[in-house]
Design a protein around this ligand. Structure first.
Ligand code: PEP
Ligand code: MN
Length: 340
């Protein structure tokens, strides 16, 4: 059962209701970060009369019976949409967000130069991996904590909030000390222990779609975060495994309008991993925005050919600036048309 609470009630009235429900021994989630306050009651077998009683409380706006397996992530819970706020960036609003930066933090000089350049080009957030999920154990695994320190320095210099990946449960506390948004990578989308632990930090989360995950599995992974009391969740489509070897993955842009219909969570697209080829990144960036994405995650490098990781799919800052300019035009063109 899901309760939408009245936004005009006082927060202490919301909390009093949550406390009372928990005192009854009910399993309750309270979400308030990203929009209208919502309470999920997960205890099975509650009588209809109980729902009717709750519906009569002045603090309760509506009582919903979830119609989808992802109960809290379903669009009906917050039809107006969730907005994730990070510093001055607002993900899920009208302005497309641009998350840009190197695949991997390689050195102080590399990161600081790229950070300044992406800010100049119009990025709203800085990305960069300190812990990398590499297919081969012999590939560069990232700078670890030193990478996090460098990201914090880049944030200080540019004012851009930082997005960085957390690979396993043991790193969550450390990465959360540095990151503004914790990224869950494609390979970890179904690492449920990690999802639970990341949810508990209360920090915004960027949840990448598993490259072999269905949309329902992806939304159920988001549900782990929401059920853990964290509604600061941004979905990221990054391509799925297909049969075509000419591109790295198949960027599933169907997922964008579909997920916007199915869920209230904001959705961004990563055309860098989705294509694997920098020449395709501008076109697919614009296509993603035309499809209704709330923003983009783009890999950018000063000298893409020399990047230690994912250079083939990294664009340079001048291309980023052009993408940002055109993204705004595309967004304006589809504004009143691409809705849910
Ligand atoms: C990344 O963003 O650098 C990354 C590793 O992405 P994914 O998890 O989508 O492969
Ligand atoms: Mn990468």
């Amino acid at each position: 059962m899901i309760l939408r609470l009245r936004s005009n009630a006082e927060p202490h009235e919301h909390r009093a209701l949550v406390t009372t429900l928990r005192d009854y021994g009910l399993d309750v989630t309270y979400l308030v970060g990203g929009g209208a306050p919502v309470v999920g009651i997960h205890t099975p077998g509650l009588p209809r009369a109980f729902a009717d009683d709750l519906a009569r409380l002045p603090v309760v706006e509506t009582v919903l019976e979830p119609s989808r397996p992802y109960r809290l992530a379903a669009r009906e819970v917050r039809p107006e949409g969730t907005v994730v706020r990070v510093g001055s960036a607002c993900i899920g609003g009208r302005e497309p967000v641009i998350i840009a930066g190197p695949c991997t933090v390689e050195s102080r000089e590399q990161l600081l130069r790229i950070a300044e350049a992406v800010r100049e080009a119009g990025a709203t957030l800085l990305r960069g991996g300190a812990y990398k999920p590499r297919t081969s154990p012999y590939s560069f695994q990232g700078l670890g904590e030193r990478g996090l320190e460098l990201l914090a320095e880049a944030r200080e210099r540019t004012g851009l909030p930082i997005v960085t990946e957390v690979l396993d449960t043991e790193q969550v506390e450390l990465v959360a000390q540095y990151a503004d948004i914790l990224q869950i990578g494609s390979r970890n989308m179904m690492n449920f222990a990690l999802l639970r632990k990341v949810a508990a930090t209360g920090k915004p989360v960027l949840l990448k779609r598993g490259f072999a995950a269905t949309i329902e599995e992806w939304l159920l992974a988001a549900e782990y975060l929401l059920a853990g009391g964290n509604d600061q969740v941004v979905l990221c489509e990054r391509g799925v495994r297909g049969f075509e070897p000419a591109t790295r993955f198949m960027l599933d842009l169907n997922a964008v309008p579909l997920v916007r219909q199915l869920s209230h969570l904001p959705v961004v697209v990563d055309p860098s991993h989705g294509t694997g080829l920098r020449e395709l990144v501008p076109a697919m960036s614009l296509a993603a925005i035309a499809a209704g994405a709330h923003g983009l995650m783009l890999e950018v490098h000063i000298a893409p050919e020399t990047a230690l990781v994912d250079g083939r799919q990294s664009i340079d800052p001048a291309t980023l600036a052009e993408v940002v300019r055109r993204v705004r035009a595309v967004r304006a063109a589809v504004e009143a048309f691409v809705t849910v």
